[in-house]
Design a protein around this ligand. Structure first.
Ligand SMILES: NC(=O)c1ccc[n+]([C@@H]2O[C@H](COP(=O)([O-])OP(=O)(O)OC[C@H]3O[C@@H](n4cnc5c(N)ncnc54)[C@H](OP(=O)(O)O)[C@@H]3O)[C@@H](O)[C@H]2O)c1
Length: 345
């Protein structure tokens, strides 16, 4: 059994990792850390785990985790991950970081969006963990920077079209909506029930930190500087992320070309469900699962492609993709621990 630890296991992404790892046939959970809840049973914070997770939270020191783990998931806030990752890597542990700390190739871009980076050397070897598109590199990685939830929902539909030059990279727009768990477990006014319930609003318009992350990947893919106009919205639901993408089609492209491109790219990818029948994905149909559902239409008059993706922000957008990456890194079946059948409603 592979011994896995989750640092930051009391948070929303960490708890989702616990849920998935508890039903993974190839791993045993070794350490679950939390500063606030150290010493307390995990099921006292998350009663749904009663009968499934018989462990207590432990303190957050890397020493404690290092000696008892083969793989460590960092479900910590950014800046905290880069403080512990180098030590773990030096100890021969494979690390999957859910924060933004190891998502960027360019330290300068990271520092412009976040803060000074204290482990820049590791950026060179860290692999961007968008499982379906970078699986070969993920397989041999010591350190994976798991993508942000919004970038996952944007890049999975869009990158194949750019690789096949079906859309004009100068015309990209993403209009995305997230459930409130995307903001994490800490209390804040903006995620307070009366401020969110019955509400629906855009936020951080043109200035969300996931924008430079998407731009870097899109630019690396095309070899030119690419920028996507990105507008995130907060929706009064707990989990789920729905993204609508707009891009001008190149001359020869239409519905059939988009279908062929996505089908070729994602053939053999168990977590990508293409809605080739023209139906439009719905967050309800991917809830609690690692699926990314993708649908598309063409507006013939404007020659715009419209693509829609739906993911669960906590699963394909965080913990599920992180476990998928672990499976790839360890040579396990990619779907291990992730084969939940979605709720019908
Ligand atoms: N929520 C999502 O949908 C989502 C999606 C993709 C990626 N992510 C990323 O995943 C990471 C965790 O996000 P989250 O939403 O789960 O946040 P969260 O609910 O706020 O959880 C943060 C976790 O980190 C621990 N923590 C906080 N400050 C710490 C510190 N200074 N030192 C050590 N531990 C600390 C917290 O526990 P204690 O305070 O008890 O130590 C908690 O376990 C973030 O980097 C986030 O960007 C989240």
């Amino acid at each position: 059994m592979v011994r896995v630890a989750v640092m930051g296991a009391s948070g929303y992404a960490g708890a989702e990792l616990v849920r998935i790892l508890a039903q993974h046939p190839g791993v045993s959970i070794s350490v679950l850390t939390s500063r606030q809840f150290s010493g307390k049973p995990v099921d006292s914070l998350y009663p749904s785990f009663t009968g499934h997770v018989d462990a207590c939270f432990e303190d957050s020191s890397a020493e404690n985790v290092k000696d008892r783990s083969d793989v460590v998931f960092l479900a910590l806030p950014h800046k905290k991950s880069m403080a512990v990752a180098p030590d773990l890597i030096r100890a021969g542990i494979r690390v999957i970081d859910l924060s933004a700390d190891f998502r960027f190739r360019s330290a300068e871009t990271y520092e412009r969006a976040y803060q000074p980076h204290s482990a820049k050397d590791l950026l060179k070897e860290a692999v961007y963990g968008l499982s379906e598109l970078y699986r070969d590199r993920i397989g041999s990685a010591r350190l994976v920077g798991n993508p942000g939830c919004y970038p996952t929902s944007v890049l999975l539909p869009l990158v194949p079209l750019l690789r096949h030059q079906l859309v004009d990279p100068g015309t990209l727009v993403a209009d995305a909506k997230s459930g409130v768990s995307g903001a994490g477990r800490s209390l804040s006014q903006t995620t307070h029930f009366p401020d969110v319930n019955e509400s629906f609003k855009p936020y951080k318009v043109t200035e969300h930190r996931h924008n430079p992350e998407m731009d870097e990947v899109l630019s690396n893919e095309t070899g030119d500087r690419v920028h996507i106009t990105f507008v995130p919205h907060l929706v009064p639901m707990t989990r789920g992320m729905q993204t609508t993408l707009y891009a001008r089609l190149s001359d020869q492209a239409g519905m059939e070309e988009i279908a062929a491109c996505l089908q070729e790219t994602y053939s053999g990818c168990p977590f990508i469900r293409l809605r080739a029948d023209g139906t439009i994905p719905d967050v309800l149909h991917v809830r609690g699962t690692n699926y990314c559902d993708i649908g598309w239409r063409v507006d013939a008059e404007s020659r715009m492609a419209v693509l829609v993706s739906a993911i669960d922000n906590l699963v394909k957008g965080a913990a599920g993709q992180a476990v998928q990456n672990m499976n790839l890194m360890l040579g396990m079946d990619e779907t291990s621990g992730l084969t939940t059948v979605p709720f019908p409603l």
